[in-house]
Design a protein around this ligand. Structure first.
Ligand code: ARG
Length: 266
């Protein structure tokens, strides 16, 4: 059973611009956003068989829906995020409180050591990758690898549109990697290619990458991804995955999609 932390979009809105997708002039349609979010939850619960843990949304924190950024969770340990942007720093206390209230052993990073949780730290059981430069500071990974006693391979994100690792990099349950190589610097691309054998690498074409095809939730054989990523669906189905494309464009207005709206708790 896969447990996911989610937060209802009660106060979701674009109230500031902290990534190239966000435009104050591109207003969120609240009702559509709500429908899209509940549609995602329905598929996750009923078709994917995930168990959802819902946290209480907070007025004035419009990006709290993006629980992937709550922190990093490994087993019973949690490290809450330290956001780069002051706008999102106001979410930190709520996420930390949620981890503490739910019995996690919480380890804190120093203030100013930017780290944006499972938005930037992702991987396979044997190889963890940490995206840095846009949001997370590379130095956070030194501390995180001590806390989790696991190697973390830092990979630099060079395209501001792909500002979190989960916007361009999606490890799949059978060991394949769905990703968009141009979002990484040449060194990062080489490191990924060294760690993940070629037959395991599924390269997403640019048009799908720009629709956030890599921002997918993979649970067992199921992959939930934004609608319209037809080439990616073909890539996934050829590997035996069952795909669930969903309209999530209201969340793209904030620079997020399926994966950002969830945090895997195990
Ligand atoms: N507006 C949010 C931000 O810029 C979107 C976060 C999306 N989360 C993610 N894990 N990619 O921080």
């Amino acid at each position: 059973m896969s447990r996911l932390l989610v937060c209802p979009p009660e106060y979701f809105q674009v109230e500031y611009e902290i990534n190239p997708w966000m435009r104050l002039s591109n207003e969120v349609n609240r009702e559509r956003a709500r429908d899209q979010w509940y549609g995602l939850m329905r598929v996750l619960e009923q078709q994917v068989g995930a168990l959802l843990e819902r946290m209480q949304p907070v007025p004035g924190l419009p990006d709290m829906v993006f629980t992937a950024n709550a922190g990093a969770v490994v087993g019973s340990r949690a490290v809450p995020s330290r956001f780069r942007h002051p706008e999102r720093r106001r979410e930190e206390a709520s996420f930390e409180a949620w981890f503490r209230d739910h019995g996690y052993e919480v380890a804190m990073l120093e203030e100013g050591q930017y780290f944006e949780g499972a938005g930037d730290l992702l991987g396979f059981p044997d190889a963890w990758f940490g995206g840095y430069r846009q949001r997370t500071d590379i130095r956070a990974y030194t501390r995180l690898s001590e806390i989790f006693k696991h190697e973390i391979i830092p990979v630099e994100l060079v395209d501001t549109r792909f500002y979190h690792l989960d916007t361009c990099f999606c490890p799949l349950s059978s060991g394949e990697l769905l990703y968009y190589p141009p979002a990484f610097d040449p060194y990062g691309q080489t490191v990924i290619a060294e760690r993940i054998a070629e037959h395991r690498r599924l390269v997403v074409p640019q048009p799908d990458a720009l629709r956030f095809a890599c921002n997918a939730v993979c649970v067992g054989k199921h992959v939930v991804l934004p609608a319209g990523c037809h080439d990616t669906v073909k890539l996934l189905e050829a590997r035996g995955y069952e795909t669930h494309p969903l309209p999530l464009d209201e969340f793209m207005k904030a620079g997020g999609s399926a994966k950002c709206l969830t945090l895997a708790l195990d």
